[in-house]
Write a protein that binds this ligand. Sequence first.
Ligand code: NA7
Length: 533
Amino acid sequence: MPPIDSDAIIIGAGISGMYQLYRLRALGMQVQVLEAGTDVGGTWYWNRYPGARFDSESWSYGYSFSEELLQEWEWPEHFAAQPDTLRYLNYVAQKFDLKKHITFNARVTTAYFNDADNHWAVSVEGGAHYRAPLLITALGPLSAYTLPNIPGRDQFKGKAYHTARWPHDPVDMKGKRVGIIGTGATAIQTIQTIAKDVGHLTVFQRTPNWAAPLHNRKITPEEQAQIKASYPEIFARCRETSTCFIHQTDPRNALDVSPEEREAFWEKLYSEPGFGIWVGNFADVLTNPAANDLASAFMAKKIRQRVKDPAVAEKLIPKNHGFGTRRLPLESGYYEVYNQDNVRLIDINETPIECITPEGIKTSQEQFQFDILIYATGFDGVTGPYDRIDIRGAGGLSLKKEWVGTPKTFLGVMAEGFPNMLMILGPHTARGNIPRNIEEIVDWVTDMINHMRQHQYNRVEPRPDAVAAWGEHVEKAVENLLFSQVNSWQTGINRNVEGRDVRRTLGYYGGAVEYRRMAQEVAIKGYREFLWR
Ligand code: NA7
């Protein structure tokens, strides 16, 4: 079969891929989107586990590019649940007639750049081939899910699900014996949601995480009207903050205010919705170990107040990392779950899991029997989705091999040695309230593609010196951040994947404001950091 030709291939029909398609189509380009799933939605298509929802305020999360869309769509809750978000993304796809450009059930296996004609050749599982001068990766930073590397996983006779591959039909857990591995953001949402339905729940915890209340609630009709009237202010606010959330870091230092003032501020943040307690905290909490210790002590006190059994509370208090140095899960009654008689917490540092058996899980001390096993074991973050495709650039260069150690990018948008490949939310871009970052990068990439077309260039790649300078800048930006000294997917650690045991810098953490300024300057000055042919 001859390859199907287009002007650009986009891999992924999540929030990034959909918006990139919309923008390129407006330039009059023929676009081919290849999507592994059976429908649009990306993260919100795959992650259907019970309790999946935003930690971003819904009204700060949706696309901002269409005033009509903003006025038509009504988020039901301040922090929308996954089914509503998926419904929203389908609404967007339908409104802008996007699906006709998307091939579903198309998992990309290889993408090879051909130096002779400056085209990308892309193949999908099952053998269909596609060809285009431009390749745009909209893979999602958290799409390569990983299963726990525990012996006997294939032996289990009950039902086993990874949270990122949750079935489309509801899973009946009534009266069932359920075991869950993991206590990250995903597990916390799952646990607090299923605990009331299951017969018995056993949580296998390796590392507890600090978690703070989400304080979700329905949006009232008055609030809905207010939200619709204030979208320009909401998005302007997101543009001012380093994480693109509505929460702005407090300029005061925790160490400069009195203990009473500090405590009062933290009590206020703890009682308010969303990520304020994380990204709207005192300026030194995520940079100064002494300030961070105080914040951790405040959070530990809250856990002790909420969990009745002091021994269980102690297990739930992180000891190996400070507050906010890993992605902060937001919760709704998570800690209270451990006051229920049908829930048990197993610290697998005390009693390690030896294997998964046909009946359940065997630890060094006990044999557990389960009907259902849930793996909330996370993702090979940021670079994982790239590694799962055989991507070859100029002269057959392998992206996977090139990125061993650290990704080499310019602005996180292009990789050195990979001409005409543009990455949406690739490594080394600013991240936070993700759709805000996505829209900015897509707009930037679209302008760059427009520049390319207007000048009739066939090939663009970043200059090696620009890549080296960007790499240095990215590393410098994390120097004073406490999170960079902690193991998590954000620092590139995944103990289930070989070679993912050395910390890497996978994002640009100098803030979205600074990222935007630098990216705009590159465009204004005529993209001098790139080689054009
Ligand atoms: P995370 O945050 O990476 O959490 C994965 C959890 O699974 C974490 O508690 C891990 O413990 C645990 N885990 C992973 N492998 C194992 C094995 N083999 N044994 C025991 N426990 C294990 O992923 P999430 O899906 O919760 O969240 C990802 C992001 O999605 C989140 O940050 C949001 O941005 C949305 P560990 O901490 O490694 O000891």
